[in-house]
Design a protein around this ligand. Structure first.
Ligand code: CP
Length: 292
């Protein structure tokens, strides 16, 4: 039984297979490979993209998707997470996709070895399907070769599970990763670090902007979002005519993370990332439910 807690659980050939399958699914009508499968989504945190992307991915492959809503469940009567999970697993789903605020939850559920567990975002530790869809989007843009390319991850890096998973995956795949953030948002990690965007824009191929998660900080580091945006918003003025791929995992805080104008710019791939997410998640479901 294989799980996906973070991408380091996949071999390089499995990652290659996911990329190939996602490309095939993007360009051809997919077969109903999972028509006899039942997949449960178990999201303890809010989601627009990941939950609906998994639902559409499963349905495109013919799976029945059960969307479990913890806010309407017996968890509000005091049932523990483990008991909720084992109760759902007693109904014999073929996989459970989980999002949770705790870093350790997906691994803890996976260790119970009752059904394949797919991490749809946990704490600030890992969001592996986002990292894989971001990698796919970059491969597609750079004609299949991102080795040696440099990506700047910009913003609230320390709070971001997207950044955590991305840093591990992109470095493993031969990319150079640099971080741009105020010192308070910078994690303790052995990577090139910059405080100012202008210091890196002439030497990067990709900018990944992150949502400023000011609501997660116990001590406010900026007076307000305007003060943050002045330094870190990706604007047309800052990007100028540089040939840089601009990404963001969403949700985007308009004119704080990325300006309206840049969101409409052809270099910005935010919606392409969302589109690719469905095909990448289809490939992940195929790998975990059929090929492993
Ligand atoms: N990128 C991402 O995880 O978005 P959601 O929180 O909307 O799923």
């Amino acid at each position: 039984m294989q799980h996906l807690v973070d991408t380091d659980q996949f071999s390089l050939s499995q990652i290659e297979q996911i990329m190939e399958d996602a490309k095939t699914f993007k360009h051809n009508r997919p077969p109903l490979l999972l028509r006899d499968k039942v997949i449960v989504t178990l999201f303890f945190e809010k989601s627009t993209r990941t939950r609906s992307s998994f639902e559409i991915a499963g349905k495109k492959l013919g799976a029945a998707m059960v969307l479990f809503d913890p806010s309407k469940s017996s968890t509000s009567k005091g049932e523990t997470l483990e008991d909720t999970f084992t109760t759902l697993c007693a109904m014999e789903p073929d996989a459970v996709i989980v999002r949770h605020s705790e870093n350790s939850t997906p691994q803890m559920l996976a260790d119970m070895q009752v059904t394949p567990v797919i991490n749809a975002g946990a704490g600030n530790y890992a969001h592996p399907t986002q990292a894989l869809l971001d990698y796919f989007t970059m491969l597609e843009h750079f004609d299949g070769d991102v080795k040696g390319k440099t990506i700047a991850i910009v913003g609230d890096v320390i709070s971001s599970r997207v950044a955590s998973s991305g840093i591990r995956l992109f470095s493993r795949m031969g990319m150079n990763v640099v971080l741009v953030a105020p010192s308070q948002f910078m994690p303790e990690i052995d990577l090139p670090k910059y405080e100012k965007l202008d210091e890196v824009l002439d030497s990067v191929d990709v900018v990944m902007s992150l949502r400023a998660q000011l609501e997660r900080h116990e001590i406010p580091h900026f007076e307000n979002y305007d003060a943050y945006a002045k330094q870190y918003c990706i604007t047309k003025e800052r990007m100028d005519n540089r040939d840089i791929l601009l990404m963001h995992p969403g949700p985007v805080m308009r004119n704080i993370d990325i300006s309206d104008e840049m969101l409409d710019d052809l270099r910005c791939k935010v919606l392409e990332q969302v589109k690719n997410g469905v095909f990448v998640r289809m490939a992940i479901l195929k790998l975990l439910l059929l090929d492993s």
